[in-house]
Ligand binder design. Structure first.
Ligand SMILES: [Zn+2]
Ligand SMILES: [Zn+2]
Length: 447
C-alpha cells in the first residue's frame, strides 16, 4: 500500500478453516474456509473444502468470526520524543492486538512532524519497527503554533497522507483558509481537531450537570460545534477536503449533517469512548476518563450512534493517546487528556453496543474499516487476489480488559478492568501474521 510503512515480514501461509466470515463490502456473511497463500487471500470455499498451503498451517476456527482488518485513522504513537509513553513497535503491536491492520499516526510529537526530514526519519523507523503498516500526517502549522504553514507540498511528496494540528485547533480562520488553498495544489486530507480555546478555556470535562455537581470547569459542546460550522463553511468556499476528528456531541452532529447536505468533501470520525461512555464516569474522578473532547451526556452519546448509523459520521477512530502512570496518577484536574484505545476498541463496541442492540455488527465492521478510503488507502476486503488483511475474533471469549497486561507501553485505558465479550485471536496485516493470541494453537503443522 502506498504511503503506508511497515517492517518486512514473512508472508502468511495459512488456512483459516470454517470461521464465520463477515465482510459487508463483499457481501459475505457465512462460514467459510479462507486460504491465505504468500500473504494473499487465494481462495474461499465451503467449510472443510480447502487444504492448507504447502508449508503452511491450518487454524480450526469454527467457533470464531473472521472480519476484514480494522483501520484506525487517528492514533498517537508518541514518537519521536515521548517514547516512554509509546513507540512505533509497541503502538503497532497494540494495533495488531486490537485487530487493526493499518493506523494513521498524528504529528504532535517532539519535535512536531512539521518538516520532511522529521517525516523521512519516522518513515525509516516504521520500515524497521512497525508490526502493521503505519501512515503519517504532518502538521498544518509549524510546531502546531498556528502562525506559519508547513511546506505542505514537500511533506506530501515525502509521504504525508495529509495534515493536522491535532491536540489543537487551527484557531485562525485565515490560516485554515490558506491551508485549504495549498491543499488544492498538493492534495491530502486536512484533519481537524475542533475546539474554540476561548470556550474550552481551562475546562477539564464536559460542561453539564456532572461538572456542576463536581465543581469542575467544563468544556461546552459549543466549543466544538461552532468550529465545525466555521470550518465546513471554509471548506465549501475553497472546495477543500476536511475530515473532522473525534466528533463528540449532538450540536456537532447537527452542524455536520447540515454541512454535508450542502458540500460533499467532508467526513468525520467518532471514538469508541464517546460511543460507549458518558460524563457520569467522571464522578469516579479516575483520570482515565479525562480526554479531549470530553465524555459527553447520554443524549450526545445516542446522537453519535445515530449519526454513525446514518453515515453522517463516516468511521470509527480510537484517538489512542498513551500516557505514563506518573502523568495520569495525579488529581483529575492536573492529569493530561487522553485514553488508549487500540486494544479495547472492538471489545468495547461489541460488548457495549452490539450486544445491547444499539448497533448492528455489520455496521460496526463497516465503520471500523471505513477510515482507509477517507485517506485514499485501499479498504481491507476478504476477496481472492487481495492482500490478506483480516482479524479473527472470538465473540464468546469473556475476559477482563487489561488482566493479561497490554501490548501498548501505556495502560491508561478508560475501559481498563471492564468485562468484554469478544477477544481478538489473530490479526493478519498486509499479508503477514501481526498478532496471535497465545491460546490459539495450530491444529496441524506439517512436519
Ligand atoms: Zn484531538
Ligand atoms: Zn488525537
Amino acid at each position: 500500500m502506498s504511503n503506508l510503512f511497515c517492517r518486512p515480514r514473512e508472508p502468511a501461509q495459512l488456512l483459516i478453516r470454517g470461521a464465520h466470515v463477515l465482510d459487508p463490502r463483499v457481501k459475505l456473511d457465512e462460514p467459510l474456509d479462507v486460504l491465505i497463500r504468500d500473504g494473499q487471500i487465494a481462495e474461499l470455499g465451503p467449510p472443510g473444502s480447502l487444504a492448507a498451503p504447502d508449508g503452511g498451517e491450518t487454524l480450526e476456527a469454527a467457533e470464531k468470526h473472521l472480519f476484514p482488518g480494522f483501520v484506525d485513522p487517528h492514533v498517537h504513537l508518541r514518537t519521536p520524543g515521548q517514547e516512554y509513553k509509546e513507540n512505533l513497535e509497541t503502538g503497532t503491536a497494540a494495533a495488531a492486538a486490537g485487530g487493526f491492520v493499518a493506523v494513521i499516526a498524528m504529528p504532535n510529537t517532539e519535535p512536531t512532524v512539521d518538516d520532511a526530514t522529521v517525516l523521512r526519519s519516522l518513515i525509516d523507523a516504521a520500515e524497521h519497527q512497525a508490526h502493521v503498516p503505519v501512515g503519517f500526517l504532518a502538521s498544518i502549522t509549524r510546531g502546531l503554533q498556528g502562525q506559519e504553514l508547513t511546506e505542505m507540498a514537500e511533506l506530501r511528496e515525502a509521504g504525508a497522507l495529509g495534515f493536522t494540528d491535532d491536540g489543537k485547533p487551527v484557531q485562525s480562520a485565515g490560516m485554515l483558509r490558506k491551508a485549504l488553498q495549498y491543499q488544492r495544489l498538493c492534495g491530502g486530507v486536512l484533519a481537524l481537531h475542533e475546539e474554540d480555546p476561548a470556550l474550552s478555556a481551562d475546562g477539564v470535562m464536559h460542561e453539564g450537570a456532572v461538572s456542576t455537581r463536581l465543581g469542575l470547569a467544563g468544556i461546552p459542546c459549543l466549543s466544538e460545534s461552532t468550529m465545525i460550522s466555521r470550518d465546513a463553511a471554509l471548506a465549501s468556499y475553497e472546495a477543500g477536503r476536511i475530515h473532522f476528528q473525534h466528533v463528540s456531541c449532538t450540536e456537532s452532529v447537527e452542524a455536520l449533517r447540515h454541512a454535508k447536505e450542502n458540500f460533499a468533501l467532508l467526513s468525520a470520525e467518532v471514538t469508541p469512548h464517546h460511543l460507549a461512555l458518558t460524563h457520569e464516569e467522571v464522578i469516579s474522578l479516575d483520570s482515565n476518563f479525562k480526554m479531549n473532547p470530553p465524555l459527553r451526556a447520554e443524549d450526545d452519546r445516542r446522537a453519535l450512534i445515530a449519526a454513525l448509523i446514518d453515515g453522517t459520521i463516516d468511521c470509527i477512530a480510537t484517538d489512542h493517546a498513551p500516557h505514563a502512570p506518573h502523568e495520569k496518577e495525579v488529581p483529575f484536574e492536573e492529569a493530561p487528556m487522553g485514553t488508549t484505545g487500540l486494544e479495547s476498541a472492538f471489545g468495547a463496541l461489541y460488548t457495549e453496543l452490539v450486544l445491547s442492540d444499539e448497533l448492528e455488527l455489520t455496521t460496526l465492521i463497516d465503520r471500523l474499516t471505513a477510515g482507509a478510503a477517507l485517506y485514499g488507502l485501499p479498504t481491507p476486503q476478504i476477496k481472492p487476489g487481495e492482500p490478506a488483511n483480516v482479524c479473527l475474533i472470538d465473540l464468546s471469549a469473556r475476559h477482563q480488559l487489561g488482566a493479561g497486561g497490554y501490548a501498548s507501553r501505556s495502560q491508561n485505558c478508560c475501559f481498563d478492568g471492564r468485562t468484554f465479550s469478544a477477544k481478538v485471536v489473530l490479526t493478519v496485516a498486509a499479508g503477514a501474521v501481526a498478532f496471535r493470541e497465545r491460546m490459539l494453537a495450530p491444529v496441524s503443522v506439517p512436519a
